[in-house]
Design a protein around this ligand. Structure first.
Ligand code: ISC
Length: 390
């Protein structure tokens, strides 16, 4: 389990975490502790300087954590906590989840499939151009209204029950009377840094898991053999290797592409390991340099981002951004902010996306996004398959 430097003595009391940030998963558990203040917000160009300033004013055990938005032009939301503390999976409490009243899809699965078809037509038209659109990740959302305020601690507890994901919560800027949080269970490590060593574990290429072992093994085999999913995945790996190489003296993916699973999904994944030239670079700066990868945006990146804002009816905001933390040596872990919801009082907005490449099928991609809602829906106490149909 990874611990921020100098904070091992601050082992947390087993208290529900409704604080500014918390992460718990296979790579360890960290949450904000002590006095916490917002870091001056801004875009990625000033991130390095803002982080350095926050650490200069905070004590040596300070931890910075928070969220980078999907758009590189939108301001981030980071917190500097006096200390961090470890947190064990079962310790976040199991508060009751509010009774659900309504759930609305935006766009509907049918309209989402229509946008996928449009994107496929653009990919087809561009096929002959070297810089043409090769991949775009399109998302859809579910708006859930509950009868009572949604318990963040209760959600965290349920999400953390799956050992293969990192459950996270980050307090977001809001202008209403209720606090706003991004809460989720991400399976995707954008980048982790420990001294000079870095690790990224991108995912792309997915299939829904099945209840029976034989059907589940069949689904897994189907994904392993899928040329479309392998191409979709390879674009992410290539992009990450390209973005990280200027920072590294050694970089590679010695294990190649493999299969991994959460409770609800199979994915293709590739572990990318490297050694930094300069170990003082803070991990959020590396996260911002990588983000948004083609696991959430597309290729070419700017073309895909522009199309996403035209084709998706709901702004992504912090969905498909990055969430994570770092200590004053710049070490820490940042995750891709997927399988998550933006929660404010009784309202939750859930997001799920799918990578579209040549060979994608609009209805299959709509169903895939439906499957990706499963973990959040189940944590909210809704049927995991509630988003599979119109
Ligand atoms: C964009 C999402 O998933 C990404 C991560 C893993 C697999 C993906 C895929 O197979 O399309 C997506 O690239 C999401 O869950 O909202």
């Amino acid at each position: 389990m990874m611990m921020p430097s100098g904070v091992a003595e601050h082992i947390a009391a087993s208290k529900p975490a409704e604080g500014e940030f918390a992460f718990t998963g296979p790579r360890g558990a960290v949450r904000s502790a002590g006095r916490t203040a917002p870091v001056a917000s801004g875009t990625q160009d000033s991130l390095d300087e803002r982080i350095a300033r926050a650490f200069r004013h905070a004590g040596p055990r300070a931890i910075i954590g928070g969220a980078l938005p999907f758009s590189r032009h939108q301001a981030d939301h980071l917190w500097c906590a006096e200390g961090g503390s470890t947190m064990v999976h079962a310790a976040v409490g199991a508060g009751p989840i509010a009774t659900t009243l309504r759930m609305n899809a935006a766009p509907s699965p049918r309209d989402y499939a229509g946008s996928v078809a449009k994107a496929l037509e653009l990919i087809r038209q561009d096929a002959a151009h070297q810089d043409g659109l090769r991949k775009i990740v399109l998302a859809r959302t579910l708006a859930v209204s509950a009868s009572d305020p949604i318990s963040i601690a209760g959600l965290m507890s349920r999400l953390a029950d799956d050992d293969s994901v990192t459950a996270f919560q980050v307090a977001l800027p809001g202008n209403g009377p209720s606090p706003r949080h991004l809460v989720g269970a991400t399976p995707e490590l954008l980048i982790e840094k420990r001294g000079r060593a870095i690790l990224s574990n991108p995912l792309a290429g997915s299939i829904r898991r099945c209840a029976g072992p034989a059907e589940d093994a069949q689904a897994c085999g189907e994904l392993a053999r899928s040329d479309k999913d392998r191409r979709e995945h390879a674009m992410v790996v290539e992009y990450i290797l390209d973005q990280l190489s200027p920072w590294c003296r050694r970089l590679g993916s010695p294990e190649g592409t493999r299969l991994t699973s959460t409770r609800s999904m199979w994915h293709l994944h590739t572990r990318i390991v490297g050694e930094l030239l300069d170990d003082s670079v803070p991990v959020p700066v590396l996260a911002a340099a990588l983000h948004p990868t083609p696991a959430v945006c597309g290729l070419p990146c700017q073309r895909a981002a522009d199309l996403i804002s035209q084709l998706e009816p709901v702004a992504r905001d912090f969905y498909a951004g990055a969430v994570g933390w770092c200590d004053n040596r710049g070490d820490g872990a940042w995750y891709v902010a997927i399988r998550c919801a933006d929660i404010c009082g009784r309202e939750a907005r859930l997001y799920a996306g799918a990578g579209i490449v040549e060979g994608s099928d609009p209805m299959i991609e709509a169903a895939e996004t439906g499957s990706k809602f499963a973990a959040m829906l189940a944590a909210l106490g809704l049927p995991a398959d509630a988003a599979l149909t119109d």
